[in-house]
Write a new protein. Structure first.
Length: 491
């Protein structure tokens, strides 16, 4: 059904379940590393493999991270909570069940304000609970899906990695803005967990993934419709597109007199969802208290200490930085459009360079190199402090813009600090007046026609002579100084 018609006839109701993979160094119940990658099944031990006789121990930093997330979402923090076993067949979990929380979560009853198009929408939070991640299944054959695959491989490296699940209550009143509210909420969570330092927040790596629940209620009715749940959506755009597609799909079904099935669905990057399995209810999971883990009872004094460590609200920080840096809305928007750019630019400014210079390097030269290498901007092997050092060399006249780009190339290649690259590559600007003077005389002699034009007052013609000098000096001359010398010699 056309989107406008869906909005005219139905009220969308959303529910978002977001999994946040924490950036702790060890897993939720054991000391195995959580490093991304690694040889399959190399980051495992008897605990995360669920071997008989092994006993889990709760990761304290994971609990601390969950509390800080809950506080940032304006949640109440439980003074006592416990873990539960979620009994459902998990082919990618060695134990075949997941340790999670359900009716006794660590954080509950929160609220977040999301701004979209100048309007503010309230997103009520049901709970933030702790659990463990599953392993990774690789289906061989069948285009990577289990349907049609020849066999499946299991990598348990990710099994047991700490996960926080942030579950909203039903979100009403979004109307036509429902897709944008959903993606705006996800953007807020991504910025929040990064600001807290509890997760890398990379959706493309699964650090942050969203299960999108959508239902439609006929306008004027108070009865909730049947929902679908689109699983593991892993980009801001895909979250918005999944909401929009499900609204249009369900609208067509209801308008034709059909019934929406309660089911999980898969998101396809082609812009549509496909059926998964029928959706289980809580009772289908047969939750019961985890017998191998003691309850968690955070000391209220500790919670207050953690509250004092919360960073500035991401939206307030963005507004402050935009004002402090003096960028236009469009210039600042370009920064927000590249994942990780805001933090890199802020750190570069903190290292001593100007906001304009920091923005220039990260959004042009470095963004281009990241794109060519197929990596995220903050994965480039160069630090904000090194970018600030490159800019300082440029500002001091030690290098020009062209040479500065070669310095960056050297740093990215692992050749050392900017100063070391300048020294090893011989990139310093030539300041020897005698050498420059000789190059200028040679350029004038080689192009008498351009020289004559300059003598006649056509200063723009000096460009050809400047270019000749720069070429002769391998780009290591100060173009402004070369121009001065040329104009002085030609009167």
């Amino acid at each position: 059904m056309p989107y406008d018609e869906v909005v005219a006839r139905f009220e969308p109701v959303l529910g978002l379940e977001v999994h946040v993979e924490l950036s702790t160094k060890s897993k939720m119940w054991c000391g195995c590393p959580t490093d991304f990658g690694g040889e399959p099944n190399s980051h495992v031990c008897p605990v995360c493999l669920g071997l008989p006789g092994s006993l889990p121990v709760v990761n304290r930093l994971a609990v601390e991270s969950a509390i800080r997330i809950g506080l940032s979402l304006n949640c109440d923090i439980a003074t006592w909570c416990r873990f539960a076993r979620k009994n459902y067949f998990y082919p990618d979990m060695p134990k075949d069940y997941q340790v999670s929380q359900y009716d006794e979560p660590l954080c509950f009853d929160g609220n977040v304000a999301v701004e979209v198009g100048g309007l503010t929408y309230q997103v009520p939070i049901e709970r933030v609970h702790m659990e463990e991640d599953a392993g990774k299944l690789t289906h061989v054959g069948g285009a990577g899906r289990i349907s049609g695959a020849d066999y499946s491989l299991i990598d348990y490296n990710r099994a047991g990695v700490p996960l926080m699940e942030i579950v909203t209550k039903t979100i009403h009143g979004t109307g036509a803005a429902a897709p944008e509210v959903a993606s705006g909420y996800m953007a807020f969570l991504r910025d929040m967990v990064r600001a807290l330092g509890v997760s890398h927040g990379r959706m493309e790596r699964g650090n942050l993934r969203c299960d999108v629940n959508v239902s439609l209620t006929p306008r004027g009715s108070s009865e909730l419709g049947t929902r679908s749940e689109t699983k593991n959506v892993n980009s801001l755009r895909a979250v918005a597109d999944a909401v929009r597609y499900e609204m249009m799909r369900q609208g067509a079904i209801l308008a034709a007199g059909g019934r929406v099935k309660q089911e999980t669905r898969h998101w396809n990057e082609g812009g549509y969802t496909t059926p998964g399995r029928s959706k289980e209810e809580a009772q289908d999971y047969r939750y019961f208290p985890e017998p191998d883990l003691v309850p968690v009872a955070p000391d209220p004094a500790w919670v207050d200490e953690l509250r004092a460590t919360l960073p500035e609200h991401p939206a307030l920080r963005r507004a402050r930085l935009a004002a402090d840096w003096g960028f236009t809305e469009r210039e600042f928007g370009d920064i927000l459009a590249i994942e990780g750019a805001l933090e890199l630019i802020a750190d570069t400014v903190a290292a001593g360079t100007t906001p304009a210079a920091a923005r220039k390097w990260w959004l042009t030269e470095l963004a281009r190199r990241a794109n060519e290498a197929g990596v995220a901007l903050d994965e480039l092997p160069i630090t904000p402090a090194q970018v600030a050092e490159v800019q300082a060399l440029l500002a001091d006249g030690a290098v020009n813009d062209k040479l500065a780009r070669q310095v960056i190339e050297g740093v990215l290649a692992g050749e050392g600090s900017p100063a070391e690259v300048v020294a090893s590559r011989g990139l310093a600007v030539v300041s020897d007046t005698e050498a420059l003077d000789a190059a200028v005389i040679a350029a004038i002699a080689a192009d008498p026609e351009a020289a004559a034009k300059v003598r006649d007052g056509k200063v723009a013609a000096a460009g050809a002579l400047i270019g000749a000098v720069m070429k002769n000096m391998r780009g290591q001359a100060d173009a402004a100084k070369v121009r001065e010398l040329i104009l002085a010699k030609l009167g």
